[in-house]
Design a binder for this molecule. Structure first.
Ligand code: XMP
Length: 318
């Protein structure tokens, strides 16, 4: 029978055997998967693991500094790299979802490549790939001609990096990853985090991504997530986030006409992200969130709630 303790023990042994005295580089994302993968590798090879946490400028509000601090507290050998400007310039003028994903993926690889060259004698790239990542990107979507979304964290390694890939979570589903994380003593705050896509807010801002729209969406998202936590609903939701809509709508504030952007809120229940139902959040909570967003976030005068399930909709809008 599969148990998290047995998985940890056998995986750490196998990693020790596989990696010996080699050095491994791993990109942390702040999410559950890469954190658990890093901790497993840390148990196996200690300071031969070098972690890199890239700020792509598309993270949640304050997430870069907060997550970097929490990793340092876990003893992971982590370097933070703020590459926001590079991502913003690559995204300039792009509106097509796949082009945006590819641009983000490419900058990520470039930044990562640059950073990994600074780690001498690195032989391996560690990744937090889990089983649903593999199937969503390959078989379920029916190959390259039918790719639904290009998940940039799967198989995106350029040849010149000459690193072998080590993916200790490749056979696990999300709930199993969380159980493994718990057995490794990772904090509930990290393990309980909602999944967050690699391209981040870049695929939750429909149309062109600019530093200004990112700043607005970060505020909206922070209100939404903060209120879910305050209402005790965060852990009941599998994933939640806000989407910036590139449409202006007419509103009224005091005696003034406003003509500002709309946002959509998305909250789903799921077990693995492959299928998902929209959450029936209480109306009172939705109402409070909407009021708070419109009153506090400059540039937003309308809030909508996404009541689509997957399939046929996907969780992210892009
Ligand atoms: P969709 O939108 O395909 O999302 O229903 C399913 C799950 O995958 C996440 N997602 C991504 N995760 N890189 C990631 O690491 C990506 O490019 C990506 N695109 C979607 C999404 O947030 C949801 O949890």
């Amino acid at each position: 029978d599969w148990t998290p303790d047995a998985f940890v023990e056998s995986t750490v042994d196998a990693l020790k055997e596989q990696l010996g005295d080699d050095r491994v580089i791993l990109g942390l994302s702040g999410g559950v998967d890469s954190s658990v993968a890093a901790t497993l590798l840390h148990h196996a090879i200690g300071s031969n693991l070098h972690c890199i946490f890239v700020n792509n400028g598309l993270l949640r509000k304050n997430e870069y500094t907060e997550v970097l601090e929490s990793y340092k507290g876990m003893g992971l050998n982590v370097k933070g790299v703020d590459a926001s400007e590079k991502f913003y310039s690559a995204l300039k003028g792009l509106t097509d979802p796949e082009e945006k994903r590819k641009a983000i993926g490419k900058v990520f690889v470039d930044v990562f490549d640059e950073e990994s060259k600074l780690v001498e004698n690195a032989k391996w790239l560690g990744q937090g790939t889990i089983y649903p990542d593999v199937i969503e990107s390959v078989s379920v979507t029916g190959g390259p001609s039918q790719t639904i979304k290009s998940h940039h964290n799967v198989g995106g390694l350029p040849d010149y990096m000459k690193l072998k890939v080590v993916e200790p979570l490749k056979s696990l589903f999300k709930d199993e990853v969380r159980r493994v994380g718990k057995s490794l003593g990772i904090s509930p705050a990290i393990l309980g985090r909602h999944p967050f896509p690699g391209p981040g807010l870049g695929i939750r801002i429909l149309g062109e991504v600019t530093p200004e729209t990112v700043a607005i969406l970060q505020e909206v998202d922070a209100v939404f997530i903060g209120e879910l936590k305050a209402a005790g609903l965060y852990d009941e939701v599998w994933q939640a986030g806000a989407i910036f809509l590139p449409v202006n709508t007419v509103g009224v504030m005091g005696d003034e006409r406003t003509y500002e952007n709309a946002v959509a809120l998305r909250a789903v229940t799921s077990t693995d992200g492959m299928t998902a139902d929209w959450c029936h959040l209480p109306y009172e909570v939705l109402g409070k969130i909407s009021n708070k967003i419109i009153n506090q976030v400059k540039g937003i005068n309308r809030v909508t709630y996404d009541i689509s399930s997957k399939p046929p909709a996907t969780i992210e809008w892009e």
